[in-house]
Design a protein around this ligand. Sequence first.
Ligand SMILES: Cc1ncc(COP(=O)(O)O)c(C=O)c1O
Length: 449
Amino acid sequence: MFRQAHWNEPVIFQLGRKGRKGHILPAVEAEIRHTKHHPLPSLPKEILRQIPPKLPELSEVEVVRHFTRLSQMNYGVDLGLYPLGSCTMKYNPKLNEFLANTSSLTELHPYQDKSTVQGILEILYTVAKWLAEITGTHEICLQPAAGAQGEFLGALIMRAHHKFNGNIHEKTELIVPDSAHGTNPASGTMAGFNIVIVPSNHEGCVDLDALRSAVTKHTAGLMLTNPNTLGIFEKDIGEIANIVHGVGGLLYYDGANLNAILGKVRPGDMGFDIVHINIHKTFGTPHGGGGPGAGPIGVSEKLEKYLPVPRIVFDGKRFSLDYDRAQSIGKIRSFYGNVAVLMRAYAYILSLGAEGLVEAAEISVLNANYLLKKLSSIHGFELPFAKNRPRKHECVFSLKKLYRETGIRALDFSKRMLDYGMHAPTTYFPQIVEEALRLNQRNPLRKRS
Ligand SMILES: Cc1ncc(COP(=O)(O)O)c(C=O)c1O
């Protein structure tokens, strides 16, 4: 049985004693004197706090010990198996962490003069070009801070496109399959669309007849992830694209599941007009704890004019920021995006190269099918939909039988895995699977010759 460190650790407010200090800050007046050439603005007296804030008072070593003990009770990818489906990258090379933490990156400020940040602008410009190549899109915007924000931006671009064509009053509906991640309908709704749900067929894919009946002159677009949330590749994607494009709709690719198809097929070539990329899922950022992510979007040529500003541009000599885009939807996030996360993607792509990315895709599929084979023999584990088709980046089981026979739910099963030193897998998603348990696993790459 796995045992993690267990400390009977109180909350920090229960520790310490009055008068203890971890760090002595210089008095504000001394600081002002010290920087008299660049004096700090002083706060107006009326907003100065009279009563000091109730902060815990501890010595530095007490603080360090408190947080170290808490960290030892944490389970993380550095400790063992992390089969959380969908949500996180499982392989986070330490090299990426090192690069993202170098002071030449962390000490940059977005307000610095552009002549002093040519290096990072070049990195961002380059990573955007690589992402465009990988996704088969024309132009990338790095700003969105997560997949969900990329979706929201994508939906706003759909609106801008229909508005530009003079039919925004007609294009009011966004189609989403019933297997979609919850952020898809949420982002579409936030952008002002009415959501139309299409059911999945017995293969776990979009039901083409249902899609044909759902698509009307009101269809603004369709959001789809491929492979879908069951890990199954939507092989009818060509026909799906024709149906949606046939009424002037746009196709949006939710790139959360890009791992499996890296270097194999490109969303742009499948007919998608807008694509987001969950950088923190496909390009080496540890995201399990809900830490910062990045959700750049790529668009086809006709949609480029709507991308947020500023755009990083290169005139052959220097990089600069272009704000002069009349059709742009504006800004979606401050500055250029989550730069440290994008830096990790740069390092990941550079260190793997084109061949390594293909290998990463192949291994993610191999691992998901390995898990599928191993777990299929467990009593009460049933594979819903398309039993004979391989899964891509992950596999989803239904524990409905186990629940009916024993009362053990998917939630109980996944919590019990913690006792064995494994991170709990994702449960109850996608919602079309009863007692869903969803797993994947990413191992370090094989050594290439
Ligand atoms: C299929 C799918 N789409 C979208 C998202 C949302 O991405 P993010 O968590 O980066 O906002 C997720 C997250 O798990 C997902 O699995």
